[in-house]
Design a protein around this ligand. Sequence first.
Ligand code: GDP
Ligand code: MG
Length: 820
Amino acid sequence: MKLSELEPGQNGIIIKVLGRGAFRRRIIEMGFIKGKSVTAITKAPLKDPTEYKVMDYEVSLRKSEAELIEIVTPKEAGLLFPDTGKQALVLNEDQLLTLADAQSKVINVALVGNPNSGKTSLFNIASGTHERVGNYSGVTVDAKEGKFKYKGYTFNLVDLPGTYSLSAYSPEEMYVRKQIVEGTPDIIINVVSASNIERNLYLTTQLIDMDATVVIALNMYDELAQSGAQFDYKSLGEMIGCPIVPTIAKTGKGIPELFEQVIEVYERRSPIARHIHINYGEEIETGIKHVKNLLKEEPKIGIDTSRRYLSILLLEGDRNAEETVSGFPAAKKILTERDIHAQFIKEDFREDVETAFADARYGFIEGALKKTFKEGKTDTLQITHKIDKIVTHKIIGFPVFFLFMFLMFEGTFVIGEYPMQWIEWLVNIFGRFLDTYMNQGPLKDLLVDGIIGGVGSVIVFLPNIVILYLFISFMEDTGYMARAAFIMDKFMQKMGLHGKSFIPLVMGFGCNVPAIMSTRIIESRNTRLITMLVNSLMSCSARLPVYILVVGAFFPGKGGFVLFGLYITGIALAIFMSRLFKKFLVKGEDLPFVMELPPYRMPTLKAMNRHMWDKTSQYLRKMGGIILIASVIVWFLEYYPQDDARNQYYDAQIAEIANNTHVSQEESQKMLDELNHLKKEEQKRNSFIGQIGRGIEPVVKPLGFDWKIGASLISGMAAKEIVVSTLGILYTGGDENETLLKDNLMKAQYPDGRLVYSPLVALSFMLFVLIYFPCIATIAAIKNESGSWKWALFVIVYTTALAWIISFAVYQIGRLLMPL
Ligand code: GDP
Ligand code: MG
């Protein structure tokens, strides 16, 4: 617990002192050291400050200071060993010390660095987790936590989103800054990409200003070594007061050394780690000094925020810092002083203050690197440049891109066919097994028709989805995704979007939910919102099962082509809608577009494999979760109500025919089949889902749909795959056999004998599935990311309306052109 929570008369052992720099040194000098016993003596009448006894001295600490000291008390020890009960309360000093020692061996570490510098790779390899990495900026959008043990220490590792700086411009920068200040990590690992040291160190200078305890991971050291560059990183580390450890996060090389260094710094044994001041030059330093002096009157500052840092922020005009200061009694005085000096700096540099600071930081970096870094002769980017010449070529770039896309869909469809048959075979056998060995009754029907029928009819598409994800992972991991975004930038601007919007859009082919989350890489709020609103038009993998089923039945031999066309239609609609939204919904100018083109990196097989497996297991979880539940619900809705009178009527007829010896075996079988079919048909028509389907039939009839399609569309709102399982239940009575379902779709008739499906109806149906209501998860993601239900509702309404209009137009116009 915190020292501030200690009541007078109680004692505890110090585990660690949080906080930063000067404050921390002072506290430690006063005797608040790990392993020392501390007793609370009295609280001042107003509860603040409190007197403590440590090392036979009596010291008074403010509450805000005592909050930063972690201790363990005998009572807590009792809680920690619940088995020993009361005995734990009489832990002697020695035992308590051991306990404190164990607890002080927990180190909180935050990973901070530029986008694409390898933070997540490092995080994964250190903590053994599988967070997403990708070769473009903005993959990590949330803080991810991991835990692991090394050399007797427990590390709590946090992977933060990548940022180029810590000014308060973008939400990410604010977020990372907040995590550093309020999350009070013991150590910050600053991941620096060795292939772009100068720019990466900019962030480091800000960490130094913050007076954070930093260990630098000089990552991608393989690329640096390859280029033949010479880098005396040890001297640089000594110069800037942060130990630097070369690492290759992709393979794990250097990671043990990195964490050994973290331990050294944490235990204050590192001779290198110290706090330095970056010299900003006379004019700026004078400004800092004056503002800082005024800040001294505010006791809170200096404990968790460095005064110097706050002064720098104020001079830079940081809004957040201004807000912090505005609560101080001397706020007015401080801000006036700031204004005066900002003006001086402006006049002196003939530049705005922020630029003056940025220039000084880069100057500092340049100076430091001049002494320690010698550029390599080999151009490691040679291959990258060569590939880029082709794939980002003004003319060739596009065909290459479209060829790649086409291969992706063709591959998904064609290669996926084989394993699909195997899975189908397995599911079939399992279903038949249960069918044979279970007793008749609703339970058997639920298992065989509802669960195996529902989940089984979707699970066969797993291979297709895995292949699609393999292609997407390949694009992400090599860096081609960023190129695709680059060549599409112009096009995207025509859509009223950014090149950066392209990445969420392509990711939408996999799943709209992470795609919507990845819109966070877009700086402009308007663009981000539009990208979110049109994202569900990018056909996600859950819609694939529907297409594959329908395309297989009605467009044999043209699978890849039709599939490609559907995806293109989605894209075209996204373009159209985003232009519309830009014009009428969210107006406003946008920031110019900057997109990094990271060097191509060959993804390791291990990483690709892991990505694929991650996605697959995610998909399987979806099967076991929402799809399972929805299948059961749909089954229930189509199974009940059972009309006993009707059943008896049919059963009697069936028995009669079976007993009739006057007709031939063949004819009797035919009549039996007919009757069974009628019985099922009538039961379904009158079931709950039949009632719902028939209720909405008038609405979907103009699109060429019957009530079964209508019902399946409604169930598909939970997740699009459920459209297939519902069709399965409605058309085959829950047989999980793909081929049978296809046959039955092709044979399905209206009572008057007309076929329900034609290629035109099939097309109208697939378009509707593509466009209408995304899924519940996507809607929730839009609500979260846009911050309001308003936009989520808007998406529900506009997509469904659009789907209806498009399907209506296609079906009606198609009918005029090709009357059947
Ligand atoms: P983050 O954005 O900082 O989280 O970076 P990621 O961990 O997502 O990695 C970005 C890209 O760099 C990925 O393609 C990684 O495979 C690659 N990468 C990470 N570490 C290294 C390294 O040490 N050497 C090389 N060559 N590539 C790396
Ligand atoms: Mg990351």
